[in-house]
Design a protein around this ligand. Structure first.
Ligand SMILES: Cc1cc2nc3c(=O)[nH]c(=O)nc-3n(C[C@H](O)[C@H](O)[C@H](O)COP(=O)(O)OP(=O)(O)OC[C@H]3O[C@@H](n4cnc5c(N)ncnc54)[C@H](O)[C@@H]3O)c2cc1C
Length: 201
């Protein structure tokens, strides 16, 4: 299947120490985010070019349609992903942190930007009705537990997507496939705490 023939859906492929996500951008265009665990990383930044052959080699054993898509990739940008703890304190005096500065997350739940938006709403809400020092302290208190949960769930996805033990991986993938067929709504139900949450209430 070529990218322009693929249904307009996001796909996730999982393998030992790696996974790959694709989603449609526009007619005939898909973005591909490939994640590979490595022992070392030195450079900071979003714009390091890499050889597309490295991408193809890392995902060579994956599904045939994916290999077809990777063959058409002619530009690759490389960046590092790191785990950092949630900051102990997000505010001091007249300053408050929000988003990744306070609580960076691995992007494996696609929630980092959402958390920044939610932070912004809560911060504005606190500032609209409390004196500043108390508003900033309340803002952190209202947000902390939720972002800790979200980050833990993203970390769990990292673990589950990248299972290295072939038996565990086979069992997990079969369960996902079967679950998807028998109870397609179940995964969404499981994430009701995440997607059903309304920060404005
Ligand atoms: C591969 C990948 C996929 C992702 N997918 C999703 C997704 O699907 N959904 C989702 O919700 N999130 C996703 N995220 C996470 C999301 O991109 C981040 O969580 C989000 O951008 C954080 O927003 P922010 O405003 O806190 O920080 P940033 O977006 O990092 O913004 C900080 C800004 O501050 C600027 N800056 C830094 N230092 C200075 C300085 N000294 N002076 C002035 N400016 C400065 C930076 O240049 C930057 O523009 C993904 C992240 C990655 C890496």
């Amino acid at each position: 299947m070529l990218p322009d023939e693929a249904p307009p859906e996001a796909h996730v492929w999982m393998g030992p120490g790696r996974h790959l996500v694709t989603y449609p951008l526009g007619p005939g265009e898909r973005n591909i985010v490939a994640v590979l665990e490595r022992d070392g990383w030195a450079e900071e930044g979003w714009n390091h070019a890499d050889d597309p052959a490295n991408l193809r080699a890392a995902f060579a054993g994956f599904a045939p349609e994916l290999r077809g898509w990777l063959d058409r990739v002619d530009e690759v940008k490389l960046w590092g992903l790191f785990r950092h703890p949630v900051a102990a304190r997000w505010q001091d005096g007249r300053i408050a942190l929000l988003g990744d500065a306070a609580h960076p997350t691995l992007p494996f739940l696609a929630q980092g930007a959402n958390m920044a938006f939610e932070d912004a709403w809560v911060l504005a809400d606190c500032l609209s009705c409390l004196p500043q020092a108390q508003a900033l302290a309340d803002y952190q208190q209202r947000r902390r537990d939720r972002v800790v949960w979200v980050i833990a769930a993203a970390n769990a996805n990292a673990r589950n997507y990248h299972l290295r033990n072939p038996m565990l991986r086979g069992m997990a993938h079969s369960a996902l496939r079967l679950g998807g067929r028998l109870l397609p709504a179940a995964p969404l139900k499981r994430f009701e705490w995440l997607y059903g949450f309304d920060v404005t209430i």
